[in-house]
Design a protein around this ligand. Structure first.
Ligand code: GFB
Length: 315
């Protein structure tokens, strides 16, 4: 990738796309092309084809997706499968048809089987059944990464994928129904602290294990693989550190200074019991994460408080 390349970042208004744009610019890549949803509907193949034909990017980074936490996914598998399949097929095949030579496709470690070996190596893909709560999303992401793999193998373009673990950070979605666990917990504990509530209700049993990565670390990993001449087809990105959901709740309760008691609603789903990705491949290539969970949480809580104060919270 060259500093003068025209780089299309799909999904720049999302948490991941926003971080990728910031990171590319900070590294001296100024020629970045973005489109809002209103300007370009990525589910519309003709619109995406016309966009690529007129803009002719050299590189595409596909961060756009319909995303959500366990609540949104389990209630909306049909939509998650449909929209994410369309976005993946249109952005990847559209790029290929327009002669884009380089493309990075982003997915999620929920592409791996529910009971994959832990930590989960890239080779666990398609080795056994998926977690049901997010099967639709996972299938769409698997289709996208496979399309990249086939185009690279059969047609000689450098299309490759990164699979990040559970992400959090700047620009996250704080919707308590559809959001992911970490921003939701920040919002729940902060709201309880401000309102003086006696309890905070969280979902499931608190026993599942998750791994969290700050989105700026992911963006650095994106730049790292984009600057490689011959990156592997599929690479995991994670912090390598896991924590129980109960442990995360205790951490956020302490970091927000919220005295409320935690109540677990076991009628809500736990999802996959454990999801720690094996990051030995990306580490062997030379990438390491820089933001540990305590530092990342401190920063994210401060950003949450300032976005509440200035009315810019995404929810
Ligand atoms: O982050 P999360 O929504 O999704 O939930 P997944 C992680 C865990 O946190 C589950 C528990 O065990 C939840 O039961 N949890 C506890 C809560 N309290 C809450 C709460 O208030 N809100 C939420 N949302 N969870 C998603 C997938 O899976 O992860 C996506 O559905 C994607 O496809 C994403 O892969 C990264 O980690 O289970």
């Amino acid at each position: 990738m060259h500093k003068t390349d025209r780089i299309f970042v799909a999904g720049h208004r999302g948490m991941v796309g926003g971080a990728v744009v910031r990171t590319l610019k900070a590294a001296g890549y100024e020629n970045i092309i973005v489109r809002t949803h209103a300007e370009l509907d990525l589910c519309d193949p003709a619109a995406v084809r016309a966009f690529y034909a007129s803009e002719k990017p050299d590189v595409a980074v596909i961060c756009a997706a319909k995303v959500g936490g366990i609540g949104a996914n389990s209630a909306g598998n049909a939509t998650f499968l449909y929209e994410n399949s369309l976005i993946a097929m249109n952005t990847v095949m559209g790029a290929y048809e327009a002669g884009v030579k380089r493309l990075l496709f982003l997915g999620s470690t929920c592409i791996y089987p529910r009971l994959a070996p832990q930590p989960i190596p890239e080779t666990a893909l398609l080795s056994s059944p998926l977690e049901k709560t997010n099967e639709g999303y996972a299938l769409a992401k698997i289709a996208g990464l496979k399309l990249c793999e086939y185009l690279r193998r059969d047609r000689g373009v450098c299309y490759h994928s990164l699979m990040p673990t559970n992400l959090y950070g700047t620009g996250d979605n704080y919707d308590v129904v559809g959001g992911h666990v970490l921003p939701t917990m920040i919002r729940k504990f902060e709201t309880a602290r401000v309102n003086g509530d006696a309890t905070v209700t969280l979902w499931g049993t608190g026993t599942p294990l998750r791994e969290f990565l700050h989105v700026d670390d992911l963006a650095a990993a994106c730049l790292f693989v984009l600057e490689m001449e011959d990156p592997p087809d599929l690479v995991n990105v994670g912090s390598g550190v896991e924590i129980t959901i109960r442990g995360l709740a205790e951490k956020i309760k302490a970091a927000t200074g919220c005295p409320a008691e935690i109540v677990w609603d076991a009628l809500k789903p736990d999802g996959t019991p454990r999801k720690l990705c094996d990051t030995s491949l990306i580490r062997s290539l030379g990438w390491v994460p820089k933001i540990d969970l305590d530092a990342g949480l401190e920063r994210t809580i401060a950003e949450y408080r300032s976005s509440i104060a200035d009315g810019t919270l995404r929810k």
